[in-house]
Design a protein around this ligand. Structure first.
Ligand code: CA
Length: 232
């Protein structure tokens, strides 16, 4: 069965191009123009990924994503028209997996969709192979439930943050480059490296809330990031 994509986008020419590009890659895409209509379909389930325009006639995409996160961890790619929207997508904790700034190439979008679907399918199969005992003492990675707890408190992570932190936790003290972190998180190469920094900033804040005495993620200038191996 082909993966099922939902596209919520009010610009019909853009939507038609996206649907065609996805069909070429054997991805079935259902298209709606209104947030309310899209959310109703999402509640019914059956989709593998959501492509979400930020500027919709009846709501903005951020609110749609927040509402979705109340009942689903479906991967989400945002279509953004302005750079301040990009900042909100990567900076706020709304659980976006990637974003594509307009104007974009539908083929590039299809490539990102496939990359994220591959990652989503890989989840829970131990692709990175984190044994519970191998991580740092203050973190526990639960791959079956796709969540990470810091000192017993489950962190509220976006999918990208979860995948990045899982990678870091698999090898404490090892320095991972931004490219490795982007790859682990399913962010396409064309994504700005800045988005890795923004995810790291968000992860630091979340870890600091649970473990304020641990400076959990180290920056290695020009190289990347590593997670400390700290005591619990
Ligand atoms: Ca729009």
């Amino acid at each position: 069965m082909n993966p099922a994509i939902l596209l919520i986008e009010d610009d019909r020419p853009i939507a038609e191009n996206v649907v065609l590009a996805l069909a070429r890659d054997n991805l079935d895409c259902r298209h709606v123009t209104l947030a309310a209509e899209g959310l109703a379909l999402l509640r019914d389930g059956g989709f593998d990924l959501l492509i979400l325009d930020v500027g919709l006639p009846d709501a903005n995409g951020f609110d749609v994503c927040r509402a979705l996160r109340g009942f689903s961890d479906l991967p989400v790619i945002f279509l953004t028209a302005r750079s301040d929207e990009i900042d909100r997508v990567v900076g706020l904790e709304i659980g976006a997996d990637d974003y594509v700034p307009k104007p974009f190439s539908p083929r590039e979008l299809a490539a990102r969709v496939k990359s994220i679907l591959r990652r989503a399918r890989g989840n829970g199969h131990g692709a990175i192979g984190v044994a519970p005992s191998s991580g740092p003492a203050f973190l526990r990675v639960d791959e079956e439930r796709a969540c990470i707890a810091c000192r017993g408190q489950t962190l509220e992570l976006s999918r990208s943050e979860y995948l990045m932190l899982k990678l870091l936790a698999a090898r404490p003290e090892k320095v991972f480059s931004r490219a490795e972190l982007m790859d682990a998180a399913g962010l396409a190469e064309a994504s700005l490296e800045r988005s890795v920094d923004t995810h790291i900033k968000s992860l630091r804040a979340k870890l600091a809330a649970c473990a304020p005495d641990v400076d959990a993620i180290r920056t290695h200038r020009g190289l990347g990031y590593s997670l400390v191996r700290a005591k619990a």
